[in-house]
Ligand binder design. Structure first.
Ligand SMILES: NC(=O)c1ccc[n+]([C@@H]2O[C@H](COP(=O)([O-])OP(=O)(O)OC[C@H]3O[C@@H](n4cnc5c(N)ncnc54)[C@H](OP(=O)(O)O)[C@@H]3O)[C@@H](O)[C@H]2O)c1
Length: 247
């Protein structure tokens, strides 16, 4: 049995990833994490091979609570085979992508960093005891192309861009440390492609000229990359079609 932890299963992409994994492979179990487990897809909440645990990226005590709950479901020696971080924040009641430097707000920046970057780092830390076994493991952060420093030709979206760049740096750092401690492993950043979701909804008009995928299409694309990962991919920034993106 393969075991995969997915953070952000109440979201479009995280929910579709979890649902697809559980439905198509009878040898995979999924442990989903999200703020409100009631918001996870019904097919995940009721499935015998899945569990949904509460987790909030803005609560610093949450990773320890997740580790405790996971410990009662799964012995550390059994381990997990994959961790996908699919939580993310672009806009909210008091948060909207900044157009110019005057729009910067310390509170919005802190929230974006907590959800888009720090959450991944501290959850990986909490999951470390389950990543120590000898089988190959995949640790994947769902990032965004707009988090690429090299590719940034437009500016704006300060909190989102900089927090995704920070997420990418966490991936690079972990891709150096994890192979020393949890070999064999690959830790990568993955751009999902533009996808219909609550996160992208306010921008649907300006996205009309781009190829926009449904969450189900994105999940299929991402799982193809996820399953194709090998140790040599460790430390890469990949797009949904498997192509390489610049950091
Ligand atoms: N959609 C796109 O076009 C696109 C493009 C590039 C990258 N991405 C990235 O893809 C990932 C998934 O996005 P999506 O499109 O599926 O968006 P989504 O449907 O809005 O899902 C966002 C997820 O993040 C969770 N989240 C937000 N704040 C949280 C917090 N404080 N603690 C824990 N979870 C929190 C949400 O939980 P709640 O349900 O509790 O709010 C939800 O599960 C994100 O990292 C996003 O940046 C998306």
């Amino acid at each position: 049995m393969k075991r995969v932890v997915i953070a952000g299963v109440s979201g479009a992409i995280g929910g579709a990833l979890a649902t697809r994994l559980i439905e198509r492979d009878s040898q995979t179990s999924v442990i989903g994490l999200c703020r409100d487990p009631e918001k996870a897809p019904e097919g995940l909440r009721s499935h015998e091979r899945s569990a949904v645990l509460p987790w909030d990226a803005e609560d610093s005590g949450s990773p320890a609570t997740v580790a405790e709950a996971l410990g009662s479901l799964l012995a550390r020696e059994e381990g997990i085979d994959g961790f996908i971080y699919a939580a993310g924040l672009l806009h909210g009641p008091d948060l909207f992508p900044e157009k110019r430097v005057e729009d910067l707000n310390a509170g919005s920046m802190a929230r974006a960093f907590a959800v888009n970057a720090t959450g991944f780092g501290v959850l990986t830390q909490a999951l470390l005891p389950w990543l120590r076994h000898r089988e190959f493991k995949r640790v994947v952060a769902i990032s965004a192309k707009v988090g690429s420093i090299t590719d940034n030709g437009f500016g704006g979206w300060y909190a989102y861009r900089s927090s995704k760049a920070a997420l990418n740096m966490l991936v690079r750092n972990l891709s150096i440390e994890l192979p020393r401690r949890c070999k064999p492993i690959a830790c990568v950043s993955l751009h999902p492609g533009t996808t219909e979701s609550a996160l992208s909804e306010p921008f649907s008009q300006s996205l009309a000229k781009l190829k926009v995928h449904t969450a189900e299409e994105t999940a299929a694309n991402l799982l193809e990359v996820f399953e194709g990962l090998v140790e040599e991919d460790n430390g890469r920034f990949l797009s949904w079609d498997g192509s390489e993106l610049p950091w």
